[in-house]
Design a protein around this ligand. Sequence first.
Ligand SMILES: [Zn+2]
Length: 245
Amino acid sequence: MALAGVVVLSLLAGAAVNYLADVLPHAARGPICLQCGERLSAADYFRWWQPCPHCGRRRWRHGVVLALMAAAGAGLWLSPPKWGFWAVWVVVVYALAVVVMDVEHRLILHSVSSAGALLGLALGAWRHGWAATLLGGVSGAGVMLALFFLGNGYALWKARRAGEPPPEEPALGFGDVTLMGGLGLLLGWPGVWAGLTFAVLLGGAFSVLFLLYGLLRWRRWRLDAYIPYGPFLVLGALAVIWLAK
Ligand SMILES: [Zn+2]
């Protein structure tokens, strides 16, 4: 019975993630189709497996998020990690919201990273105490801030040398800086370094696979392709607290 309750609660959380990911980046006031942005009635919105009445496309991301949340909830309940079921469950919900929005919109909203900072502060202080938590947050934000200036400085320099206008979209957004600050609070010191290491390994492995895919698909190295960093940062943090002993 308890397991069924956890799965139902996880499905509700997954529905909330879907709704926020549809509404927040569009600043919409009600349910909309994530494919075409048209308003949907509550009944149409709820039936994500039906084609959208405006564009005819199916919102399969809703199903993926619900399935992932149900699986994660059941898995955490059956084998609770060291941090306990609820703490990790809440972080999974947050991580999923960040991943969906960053992949779909290349965007980490301030409201989302602020919510993550509050969550990281509360859970971090509980797990590591205030000093280690704050040091973790400062380190996480500091590392990303350094990368932010280095990466965007390099992009500017490259564009100037080629006589081109500066790139419109920064390689690394400021959202990544605030996101990693919140994750640093969550992981504390020295856990923040484990989280960053996982993120670099995951991001590196993904980039190599993506380059190989590009080579097979388009017969060239797609070095210019945009890869969002947010998902790797949250997955790295999640890996650290999931594997914590
Ligand atoms: Zn639509």
